[in-house]
Design a protein around this ligand. Structure first.
Ligand SMILES: [Ca+2]
Ligand SMILES: [Ca+2]
Length: 506
């Protein structure tokens, strides 16, 4: 059964020193520099485990062509707001300067022309999940040439692109109901089933993907977009509502016809390291979203539960099947934003951000949360990208927290410079009280980074053994600047609600 939250979502998304003397820590307050661009591997050499993904709801990001705006109303939460492919392409500096390495883009195919009112207000297909024609780019987003130009521009910047695709359903009242009535289960015809695969999610017409003709039509259409645009993979919508057989055929065809390395990131609603294995076991996709991260990390930073329990959760994430990945988010278009859930508490939000960017999995940053876009529950979680004083619609004039963005930029640079943070082994060093210290180590690159979090409101001191992986050389205070000299123990001083990262300079 769908929770109230899931139902609301689906309406809109369809869906150290010596042995005895601890080392004093030199915490000179200087700002660390981000890793130089020249040290960063090219996209083709990077592993997906090392990517930092940025998710954009295209209509809500940047309007680069007002001539394609149709019935745009930025004051209406369910209306199109004018964002498009040209706008995003013109604003790729926003992604590059943040340091993200991959873009996830909402679906581009033509959506239904009108709106629905089930949510209590006019709700349009601005999010792209209500398809009306799988063979056309929605003119409100631009043209196929604009799409190709975006992908090319991303690739020139070393940014990979994942296109969001929907196989499960068409939009409300879609032309497919008229043109191919035999292809769909629908409420209109009373043919919706009761199980995950045959039900009409949020009342949307459900494709009979078990019929070879229907599966072939949808696969041909989406694979064609992949071939023509050069995207690096798909984000798959509503995975649990389509059969495993379909996803196996989908995997076979994307590898055979697009690229053996074509990446598939699936949305299995409520998925986590354990439940996603049903799709990893048969290698139907490379990665899936870990829906448990948000709740776990927000609970931890708010002082709920012991650090050791949160550590056990993080350890469980590492048990994902070899060759597969979890993607973890703080906010998305389908859940209430993390900053909103924290009541706007920026200090605790920054702890959550630090944990997102120093633990295993593919971190997904939801557009604007890096500048403290307030978010909210649905549909406020799909607000406009804040552009501050820049004359960029739809979010011109919306406030940006550049200090928070700098914090993100520092952590992303650290993650990219330190493979241990993205793919290293995870070891807890201290889980006492409000201080949580863990070590990430990657034997392959001899990289080791210590992460220390103080979720308490008072300054804390903790002593942990000097990590063997560091040898006897000093290490850098990655976020705060300064160096720490080696010894048998490491004494860490942590300010209230703060994060420290220590590691060898790379
Ligand atoms: Ca536009
Ligand atoms: Ca279905």
């Amino acid at each position: 059964m769908l929770s109230g939250l899931a139902a609301a979502c689906l309406l809109g998304c369809a869906h150290g020193a010596t042995e005895s003397l601890p080392t004093p820590v030199d915490a000179a307050p200087k700002v660390a520099q981000p890793a130089s661009a020249s040290r960063q591997p090219a996209a083709a050499e990077r592993r997906w485990a090392d990517e930092v993904l940025y998710f954009v709801v295209l209509d809500r990001f940047a309007d680069g062509d007002t001539s394609n705006d149709a019935k745009v109303d930025v004051s209406a939460p369910g209306a199109f707001h004018g964002g498009d492919l040209k706008g995003l392409t013109a604003r790729l500096d926003e992604l590059s300067s943040l340091g993200v390495t991959a873009l996830w883009l909402t679906p581009l195919v033509k959506n239904i022309d009108g709106f629905v009112t089930g949510a209590g207000f006019p709700d349009w297909g601005y999010h792209g999940y209500w398809a009306d024609d799988f063979h056309q780019v929605d003119p409100r987003f631009g043209t196929e040439q604009d799409f190709k130009a975006l992908v090319d521009a991303c690739h020139q910047r070393g940014i990979r692109v994942l296109l969001d695709v929907v196989y499960n359903h068409a939009g409300y009242g879609s032309r497919y109901l008229k043109d191919h009535p035999g292809w769909l289960r629908s409420e209109e015809t009373g043919t919706c089933g009761q199980d995950d695969v045959t039900s009409c999610v949020s009342g949307l017409p459900d494709f009979k993907t078990e019929q070879p003709e229907v599966a072939r039509y949808l696969l041909d259409a989406q694979l064609d977009w992949a071939k023509r645009s050069g995207v690096d993979g798909f984000r798959l919508d509503t995975v649990k509502h389509v059969s495993h057989d379909f996803w196996k055929e989908h995997r076979r065809r994307t590898r055979a016809e697009v690229s053996p390395s074509f990446f598939l990131l699936g949305e299995v609603w409520g998925g986590d390291a354990q439940t996603l294995d049903a799709w990893f076991e048969g290698d139907e996709m490379d990665a899936g979203f870990d829906f448990s991260f948000q709740g776990s990390v927000l609970g931890f930073v708010q002082g709920r539960g012991r650090a050791i329990a949160f550590d056990r959760y993080l350890q469980s994430r590492a048990r994902v099947r070899a060759g597969h990945h979890l993607a973890h988010f703080l906010s998305s278009h389908d859940v209430d934003g993390a900053l909103h859930q924290l009541g706007g508490d920026l200090a605790r939000f920054k702890l959550a951000v630090a944990l997102q960017l120093t633990t295993s999995g593919i971190p997904v940053i939801y557009y604007g949360e890096e500048v403290a876009r307030p978010g909210g529950d649905w549909p406020a979680n799909r607000g406009d990208m804040p552009w501050g004083s820049r004359a960029v619609k739809p979010g011109a004039g919306l406030a940006r927290d550049e200090g928070l963005r700098d914090f993100y930029r520092q952590l992303i640079a650290a993650r990219r410079a330190h493979p241990a943070l993205s793919r290293g082994a995870h070891q807890a060093l201290s889980t006492d009280g409000d201080v949580y210290v863990f070590l990430r180590t990657d034997p392959e690159t001899h990289d080791a980074v210590l992460v220390a979090i103080n979720r308490g409101e008072t300054r804390a001191t903790v002593s942990v053994p000097w990590p063997q992986a560091w040898g006897q050389e000093p290490v850098e205070d990655v976020l705060g600047g300064g160096r720490v000299t080696a010894g048998s123990a490491l004494e860490l001083v942590l300010e209230p609600l703060s994060t420290r990262l220590l590691g060898r300079k790379r």
